[in-house]
Design a protein around this ligand. Structure first.
Ligand code: AMP
Ligand code: MG
Length: 327
């Protein structure tokens, strides 16, 4: 089967084509909305997605070397995410499905990050540390569901980095630039370490870092932010592994491209004799291929959705999904 997957939960519209047997990512094209100033306005991001959609679609089909008639299934990101962005992607997906007369499956975005990691790495049953702009969750499969073992109580880790960067005049997405600055930092300046049970919180760290940046070197503040936030994430990921008895840790989300975070999590895994897995960068960030692959898993395990059932779900929770393709 060949599935075309559409990702559109936030800043990125991505369209990927995936084949199941043998597994192959035939194409994975995306376009990211970058605001001229300020943060991401959902309506502007949605307008961006609508305006580039046809180009991204045609490029994805062309790169895959297929024709529209070859598509057997359409998958799209049904949630969680920003309402206007979700609706734009869902409308496009419904139109394509009706036009091509092919089934449509709405995919939970967080679960797609986990499933693409499972198929492209050797991870079988990992704890996923999912760190992106809007989402920060520790997810693992237990008793028939993907369950959230810990998450942010306020903003996502990427959002924390991006907002700090914005104050420093670094355009969105600021994460990569902060990583470079942090490499030049050496002095650790204390920031609040906010682990609450299994959950984490970043908004207090952001405020403290903004205050500190007025008197400390920016490089040192970036360094300290990374050390603090990534330690917190590594701690809750490790506790989820201990609790579930799993010996694999998988990274997902754009922030997982950060080498310092990778090193910390890898070291934690090595110390517990567990395996560490990190997909390539183009599959860490939001992308259409992960949606296509998860839609294939769902469809082959019997999931069918009528058009009525494809309304977007802004606050769609990871543990609401019935997992029909694993046991
Ligand atoms: P996503 O929402 O999963 O597509 O990821 C986008 C987020 O990843 C943005 O908040 C970026 O700032 C962040 N990001 C990308 N690369 C890095 C990096 N090398 N270090 C830290 N954050 C990053
Ligand atoms: Mg994501």
């Amino acid at each position: 089967m060949i599935c075309l997957g559409i990702e559109g939960t936030a800043h990125t519209i991505g369209i990927g084509v995936v084949r199941d047997n043998p597994f192959g990512i035939l194409s994975n094209v995306s376009s990211m909305y970058r605001p001229d100033s300020g943060g991401i306005h959902p309506r502007d991001a949605a307008n961006h997605h609508a305006s580039v959609f046809v180009d991204v679609l045609n490029e994805s089909i062309e790169n895959a070397g297929i024709k529209f008639e070859d598509i057997d299934l359409i998958g799209f990101s049904i949630g969680p995410g920003l309402g206007p962005c979700l609706r734009t992607a869902a409308t496009a997906a419904r139109s394509l499905s009706l036009y091509l007369k092919k089934p449509l499956v709405g995919v939970n975005h967080c679960i797609a990050h986990l499933e693409i990691g499972r198929v492209v790495t050797d991870a079988h049953d990992p704890v996923l540390l999912y760190v992106s702009g809007g989402n920060t969750q520790v997810i693992a499969f237990l008793n028939g569901r993907y369950r959230v073992f810990g998450e942010t109580l306020d903003i996502g880790i990427g959002n924390c980095l991006d907002k700090f960067g914005r104050g420093m005049g670094i355009p969105f997405p600021a994460g990569p630039e902060i990583e470079k600055m942090a490499e030049k930092g050496s002095r650790y300046v204390p920031l609040p370490y906010s682990v609450k049970g299994m959950d984490v919180s970043f908004s207090g760290i952001l405020t403290a870092a903004e205050v500190l940046s007025k008197k400390e070197r920016t490089e040192d503040v970036c360094f300290s932010m990374q050390e603090t936030c990534f330690s917190m994430l590594t701690e809750v990921a490790e506790r989820a592994m201990a609790h579930t008895g799993k010996d694999e840790i998988l990274l997902g989300g754009g922030v997982a491209a950060n080498k310092r975070l990778q090193d910390m999590v890898r070291e934690m895994a090595e110390e517990r004799e567990a395996s560490f897995y990190c997909p390539p960068r183009n599959l860490l960030v939001d992308n259409g291929a992960m949606i296509a692959w998860t839609a294939l898993l769902m469809s082959k395990s019997g999931v069918k959705m009528s058009v009525d059932e494809t309304s977007v779900r802004q606050n769609f929770r990871t543990d609401e999904v019935e997992i029909t393709w694993r046991n």
